[in-house]
Design a protein around this ligand. Structure first.
Ligand code: 13P
Ligand code: SF4
Length: 304
């Protein structure tokens, strides 16, 4: 039996739903019930009634699903699929940062551990970071963790400084200004979209700085025929399916997140057979993390 057929059969037997991030390999996206960005996946995970969620992404994403939907079994088919950026700040480091800025609200990127979320005022994703910071009002200081490049993007959008942690995504940091200049000169007729996890000098050269979900929205809404894509390679498959009549050029083969590629069809089969590896979050930590994530969902829902 084909692996895809076996997965469908197991999903029916387990009443399982497969969620996949747009950075997942094509064959994983194609088997998923829902493919989306971090924000879309959080929303979907919060609403799911299925008893089993197979999360095809990295650990913090599966953890977010487990926090939002504590009654469900959340499976991450590759237990070692982590996010190096999420590991760049610990709960203890954030507690020390907070002690240096008493009373300042903390905005944590969703790419963080549950412990860091529990220490934060509110969570954000790359699609709503600007709205989330804005929702705090004119407070004198805002702490933003861990992505300094997303933080800098928000600073520019809002014209206000943030106190940023020194974290970054090692995959997106591979994209340099020199690469962008070369690719742009090779394709002067294309529009360039990059993710806000890219370096500032790369963002400054782009036509659009967008989350992965926003990239899909832009392609749907715009009539541009050709795009240069400055984010993880997995999204090329999502975009080509969405708009087969357009041309998408990946700016560099280095934009490939090794952790996002740890999930395979074989591992999904094993995971559905054994209901392992499971991602769980202790309720004492989950309660605080849930408050921060639900705060973000509320701000985004009311269009603050
Ligand atoms: P999105 O918020 O665009 O889904 O990005 C998540 C991520 O991990 C980017 O590296
Ligand atoms: Fe983490 Fe970067 Fe991979 Fe996203 S692309 S999961 S931020 S390492």
């Amino acid at each position: 039996m084909e692996l895809q057929d076996r997965i469908r059969e197991l999903c029916r037997a387990r009443e399982a739903v497969i969620l996949a991030h747009t950075y997942q390999p094509p064959e994983i996206q194609d088997i998923a019930d829902y493919v989306g960005d971090s924000y879309g996946l959080s929303r979907r995970a919060a609403d799911l009634k299925a008893p089993v969620i197979v999360f095809c992404g990295v650990h913090f994403m599966a953890e977010t699903a487990a926090i939002l939907n504590p009654g469900r079994t959340v499976l991450l088919p590759a237990a070692d699929a982590g996010c190096p950026m999420a590991d760049m700040i610990t709960g203890e480091q954030l507690r020390r940062m907070k002690a240096e800025h008493p009373g300042a609200p903390v905005v944590c990127y969703v790419n963080t551990t549950a412990e860091v979320k529990a220490e934060s005022t509110i969570c954000c994703t790359s699609s709503n970071a600007v709205k989330v910071v804005q929702s705090l009002g004119p407070v004198p200081e805002v702490l933003f963790v861990p992505d300094r490049y997303l933080g800098r993007f928000v600073e520019i959008q809002l014209g206000r400084p943030l106190i940023c942690w020194d974290g970054f995504c090692p995959t997106h940091a591979m994209l340099t200004k020199e690469t962008i200049q070369r690719v742009r000169s090779e394709h002067p007729d294309a529009e360039l979209m990059v993710h806000p996890e890219c370096r500032p000098e790369v963002q400054d050269l782009a036509d659009h700085v967008l989350s992965t979900g926003q990239m899909c929205d832009l392609v749907k809404a715009s009539s541009c025929r050709k795009y240069l894509v400055g984010t993880e390679v997995g999204i090329l498959h999502t975009l080509k399916k969405l708009a087969p009549d357009r041309e998408f050029i990946h700016v560099t083969p280095f934009l490939r997140c090794p952790n996002m590629k740890k999930i395979t069809l074989e591992k999904i089969v094993r995971s559905l057979e054994t209901l392992e590896p499971r991602v769980t979050v202790e309720e004492s930590v989950a309660a605080g993390a849930r408050r921060a994530i639900e705060g973000m969902l509320a701000v985004t829902a009311r269009g603050a």
